[in-house]
Design a protein around this ligand. Structure first.
Ligand code: 3PG
Length: 215
């Protein structure tokens, strides 16, 4: 598909600076992509991570990307096939739960920002050796939460994270207050029950609150 002209210029830092929270979205029915995306973008959450966990994911990326102002990326990219499918669907950025050098190289070659997941000092050092210093910190709550990020800030002062996994509206401010957290990711804005009920209004309310969080 034709990529938007500014697609190549999107850096990972620019991506992380746009809003305090990146919604992590699962779409089971591709026809939900437009109303769901419109609710998020309308509430101020333009950057949306859509996870490659359902049959509908690629078509949903395609449809959501058509919304004015939306910057839709693919999450849960686990394999070269996922990566190819996501890129063909028009994903503007890539998120992986762990660190795959193959996918990192693919994203670099394609000129799209990537946020690979890490949760240990060793994984961060592997990422540094691949030329990266921006990561998803996953699974954030289970891997030690804000206390772990504070500890990692010592040796890795120049590294910035997007903590994701178990973060909530209540705990997001604790992460956003840290100097090494640029943005947080979370599924709390689009819970399955609300998506299944097509309650776009309630999702827009949750998105507005998330968009208003301070960092
Ligand atoms: C995930 O992998 O599902 C994301 O990290 C989001 O996690 P969350 O739903 O706990 O916010």
């Amino acid at each position: 598909m034709t990529r938007k002209p500014d697609a190549a210029k999107l850096t990972v830092d620019a991506l992380m600076a746009i809003q305090p929270v990146i919604p992590v979205v699962t779409v089971d029915r591709s026809e939900d992509a437009e109303p769901l995306g419109a609710a998020l973008v309308g509430a101020g959450l333009r950057v949306i991570e859509l996870v490659m966990r359902t049959e509908a994911a690629a078509e949903a990326i395609r449809r959501m990307s058509g919304i004015e102002g939306a910057i839709v990326g693919a999450g849960t990219v686990l394999s070269p096939t996922d990566f190819d499918v996501a890129m063909k669907a028009g994903a503007r950025f890539i998120v992986t739960p762990g660190l795959s050098s193959f996918i990192v190289e693919g994203a670099r070659a394609a000129g799209v920002p990537i946020l690979p997941g890490v949760c240990t000092a060793t994984e961060i050092m592997t990422g540094l050796s691949l030329g990266l210093d921006r990561f998803k910190f996953f699974p954030a709550e289970q891997a030690g939460g804000p206390a772990m990020l504070k500890a990692l800030h010592g040796p890795f002062g120049h590294v910035k994270f997007c903590p994701t996994g178990g973060v909530t509206e209540r705990t997001a401010p604790d992460y956003l207050a840290l100097p090494n957290v640029a943005v947080v990711g979370g599924g709390w804005i689009t819970p399955k029950a609300l998506v299944d009920a097509k309650d776009w209004e309630k999702i827009a309310d949750l998105a507005k609150t998330a968009a208003g969080l301070k960092r």
